[in-house]
Ligand binder design. Structure first.
Ligand SMILES: [Ca+2]
Length: 246
C-alpha cells in the first residue's frame, strides 16, 4: 500500500506475488514441455511446406516451355526482354475480371530491403505487397500507387521494404480491373541487405492465362488438359495426367 495504486500497471505488479501459489513446479514443467513440442511441430510444419514449394517449383520448371503466360513464367531471373504481350511472362486469367494476387517463394531466408516487380505489359496495377515471417504470418510492407504508371510500356517497380522480419515468401496484389488489358509480370526480385537479388523458386497466383493453373487451357505432348485457376488449388477437368514423374 505504501507505493499506492494510482495506475493499472502498479495494481498488476503488486498482485503478481499471489500467482505462484496457483502453479506447482510440475505444472510449469508441463507448460514448458508443451511449448517446446508446439515450437518443434511448427518448425517441422514450415520445413515441410518449404520442401513442397521446392519440389513444386522444380516440376514447374520442367514444364515451363509449354506454360505460356503461366505461373511457371514467374520463376527465376527476368527473361522477357521486350515490353508487350509476351508468353514468357505471367498473365492473369482475364484482362480485367477481378483483383489478382501472386505469391512467390525463395530458396533462403532474406532480410528484405526492397521488392522489385518486373511489369512487362499494361503495368500500373500494383497496389500492395506483403511478406510472410518465420511464423507464417503475413506482414504488409508496402501499399500505395504503383511506381510504374498505367499507360507506360512497362517497368521495374521497386518497392522499398522496412521490416525487422526475414522472409522467403512474398505476396503482391494487383488491381487488375483498374488497369485495362493484360497486366503481365515477368518475375519478382527480392533484394537483401547486401544488395543481392533473389529470384522465385515457386509461384502461385489467383489465376493465370496459361500453364498448370490456367483458366484457358494447357497443351502438352499433343493432348490438351484443362485446368481452372482457383487460387492455389487446381481442378483437373480431364483425367489425362499433366505431369509424369519419373
Ligand atoms: Ca487488367
Amino acid at each position: 500500500m505504501r507505493f499506492g495504486f494510482s495506475t493499472p500497471f502498479l495494481t498488476l505488479r503488486l498482485r503478481l506475488p499471489s500467482l505462484p501459489k496457483r502453479f506447482s513446479f510440475g505444472s510449469l514443467l508441463w507448460l514448458i514441455a508443451l511449448a517446446a513440442a508446439l515450437l518443434a511441430w511448427r518448425r517441422d510444419h514450415l520445413e515441410q511446406q518449404r520442401e513442397i514449394a521446392r519440389l513444386r517449383g522444380d516440376l514447374m520448371l520442367r514444364d515451363r516451355a509449354n506454360a505460356r503466360w503461366g505461373v511457371e513464367q514467374l520463376l527465376g531471373e527476368p527473361d522477357t526482354n521486350t515490353y508487350g504481350d509476351v508468353a514468357t511472362a505471367w498473365a492473369p486469367g482475364t484482362t480485367d475480371g477481378q483483383p489478382e494476387w501472386i505469391i512467390v517463394d525463395y530458396a533462403e531466408d532474406v532480410s528484405p530491403k526492397s521488392i522489385e516487380v518486373y511489369e512487362t505489359y499494361n503495368p500500373g496495377a500494383l497496389v500492395k505487397a506483403s511478406i510472410f515471417d518465420s511464423f507464417g504470418r503475413e506482414v504488409v510492407v508496402w501499399e500505395g500507387t504503383d511506381p510504374t504508371p498505367a499507360g507506360a510500356a512497362g517497368g521495374v517497380s521497386k518497392l522499398p521494404v522496412s521490416t525487422v522480419w526475414s522472409t522467403r515468401k512474398v505476396k503482391i496484389y494487383l488491381d487488375s480491373p483498374a488497369v485495362p488489358g493484360w497486366n503481365e509480370i515477368d518475375t519478382i526480385g527480392l533484394v537483401d541487405a547486401d544488395g543481392k537479388t533473389h529470384w522465385p523458386i515457386n509461384a502461385t497466383a489467383s489465376s493465370a492465362y496459361g500453364g498448370r493453373e490456367s483458366s484457358r487451357g494447357y497443351t502438352a505432348g499433343g493432348g490438351t488438359v484443362y485446368y481452372r485457376g482457383l487460387g492455389s488449388r487446381m481442378i483437373v477437368e480431364e483425367e489425362e495426367p499433366l505431369l509424369e514423374v519419373e
